[in-house]
Design a protein around this ligand. Sequence first.
Ligand code: ATP
Ligand code: MG
Length: 497
Amino acid sequence: MDEPKFHLIGHFKLSADATKVKEDVAKLIFKSNEDILRKGAPSGKGAKVINWDLDKNAIMVEIVSDRYVRAHDALIRLRKVLAALLGKNHIGIRGIGIEDFTIQMPSEEPLKKNIPFVKEMRYEDGKILLALDVDEQQIENKVPDRIISLISEKVESSKYGKKEHWELLGQSKKKIHKFKEDPTKELTKRRWIKHGAGRGQWVFGPQVTRVFRAFGEVIEEEIIRPLGYNEMMFPKMVPWDVWKRSGHAKGIYPEMYYVCPPKTRDPEYWEEVTDYYKVTQEVPLDLIKERIDYPIGGMCYAQCPPFWVFLQGETLPDDIFPIFLYDRSGTSHRYESGGIHGIERVDEFNRTDLIWIGTQDQVIEHSKKLQERYQHLFDDILDIQWRNAWVTPWFMAQEGLTGLAETREVGTIDYEAYMPYKKDWLEFQNLSVNGSKYPEGFNVKLQSGEKLWSGCSGIGMERWGAAFFAQKGLDVDNWPNKFRKKVGELPEVFRFL
Ligand code: ATP
Ligand code: MG
């Protein structure tokens, strides 16, 4: 897809009749073809005005170009020099109109998709032919460039499929598992948990909660304290701006829970809704839908994006790094649709998220330390059968950055536990080095000018629980000693008749 070609017909709207300077315009366009429309391109490359005309209050231009100076950029460059020339004669440029804008992209395959601002797409002789419907503002905002990237990305992903890259890194010893049941079924049978009223949501009873809290204590003793983590509390309603900066706005729409505020909090505005409910005992969803506003964002999806607002726009002294932070202040929410299963895949989950920030070296070094701590924790305290694997993180796959992942510096490690009841593996946590992605997205800088990097690791309580119970069962006597001690007595609170 390396050599797209551009063809654009457009015009500049002028504030007055410019006929008297037609000669000067001719000279300027001739000269522009030699200099500004080639600037920055290898010799012989760039954009060219192949046709033009001045008709009173408008200058029409026809531009062809390669990828070095794209036709729409050429148009903007031309506007600048034309404005200077016309300005001397007290004529202004009022705007740009685009009559026709077509792009040819060499491609081994056609693409059958509707793309924003593309009014026509055809496939001919190994090329995707696009007719764009864009105006001045979209050109200024680089929409055509992003259309090209988007199409390349879609063609690539249809070629390689959506399979995630997965490569085994390490594994624990095989263990003998006496327990072979589905942990959710056993937990439900014992009344330790009950399905919540919402989709993919559970009420965790006192016993399971004690176990989750013991996980928390283990994390505190083995990771948080020895590695110097500090607790913070991150917001759990995430506005669009945060997801634009974190990159999530590129793809989480099918999985996020949307948050809509009321259009007003005036009780009168809502009276019809309350009255309807009072007389029918039904919640009138249609009436509510009319009274709520557009979503302002969604519920926490990944934990760390809203943290970055704390550092947004700041320049920080180098000597405060590396910094280690964690949040466990609330739930995360994902619409898992048909995928929900027991406590393993839920729509509402509890997770501790660790974040470490520093220079590239500091972040990579810490990632190794953290991996060692996890290994010790899973082997010596929880005594579970686990493995970990190098996977292409979502954002690299989405942004076509898989090359960076090859160096094994930026990327994600998934931790998986063996689930005897289904003879399969379950991801129960991950560990990512995100490179400079977040500091760049949120515009956070180091005083020295060195790049700031970060990493994060999401530890899911429901997943830890599912893995632990699936391997160890629900009888405390079969639990590894160290962990059993941590748990102490399981609280027996309820009896059911
Ligand atoms: P999966 O591939 O299983 O859907 P994921 O790759 O979407 O997981 P991440 O986005 O990497 O998960 O989230 C980090 C951690 O958050 C996971 O390792 C897991 O512990 C937890 N987590 C994510 N989604 C869920 C879920 N639906 N239910 C329970 N825990 C979850
Ligand atoms: Mg998922």
